[in-house]
Design a protein around this ligand. Structure first.
Ligand code: IDP
Ligand code: MG
Length: 135
C-alpha cells in the first residue's frame, strides 16, 4: 500500500549558520525524500510565535521564537512514502544527546534548543505548516 505524504522541514539557524544546507538536503535526497519546494528566508519573531503557538505555554517559548527568527532558515516541502514519520525518524530525538546514531540531530545538533532541524509531527500539522510557508 502506498502512502505518499508531504511534510514540512526546516533547516534551523544553527545549521544554516554552519553552512550545512547542502549536506542536509543531500541526506534527505539519499533517504528517498523529494524536495518539492524550498526557500531560504528569515522570519520575524511574530511569525515564529505563530508557527510555534502550540508551545506558547512552555517555559522555553520565548527563547524558541527568538531563536527561530534570529537568522536565515531553509523551509522545504518534503515528499515520500510516510514522509511525516520517516522524517521524524531521520531527524532523531528532540534532544541531540538522546538522538540515535545516524540521525540528523545526532550528527548536527548542538543542544536541545539548537537542534538543527524541524519536522511536522502529524498529517494535520504538516498541512498547517506547509500552508504557513507556502501559500
Ligand atoms: P520537536 O522539534 O522534536 O518536534 P517539540 O517538542 O515540538 O520538539 O519542541 C519544539 C522545539 O522547541 C524543539 O525542536 C526544541 O528546539 C525546542 N525545545 C523543546 N523542548 C525544549 C526544552 O525543554 N528546552 C529548550 N528548548 C526546547
Ligand atoms: Mg514539534
Amino acid at each position: 500500500m502506498s502512502n505518499l505524504e508531504q511534510t514540512l522541514s526546516i533547516i534551523k539557524p544553527d545549521a544554516v549558520e554552519r553552512n550545512l544546507i547542502e549536506e542536509i538536503k543531500s541526506t534527505f535526497k539519499n533517504n528517498n525524500f523529494k524536495i518539492l519546494k524550498d526557500k531560504k528566508i528569515q522570519i520575524t519573531k511574530t511569525e515564529a510565535e505563530e508557527f510555534y503557538k502550540v508551545h506558547q505555554t512552555k517555559p522555553f517559548y520565548n527563547d524558541l521564537c527568538e531563536y527561530l527568527s534570529s537568522g536565515p532558515i531553509v523551509v522545504m516541502i518534503l515528499e515520500r512514502e510516510n514522509a511525516i514519520s520517516e522524517n521524524r525518524k531521520l531527524m532523531g530525538a528532540t534532544d541531540p544527546k538522546k538522538a540515535e546514531e545516524g540521525t540528523l540531530r545526532k550528527k548536527y545538533g548542538i543542544s536541545i534548543d539548537r537542534n538543527s532541524v524541524h519536522g511536522s509531527d502529524s498529517i494535520e500539522n504538516a498541512k498547517i505548516e506547509i500552508n504557513f510557508f507556502f501559500s
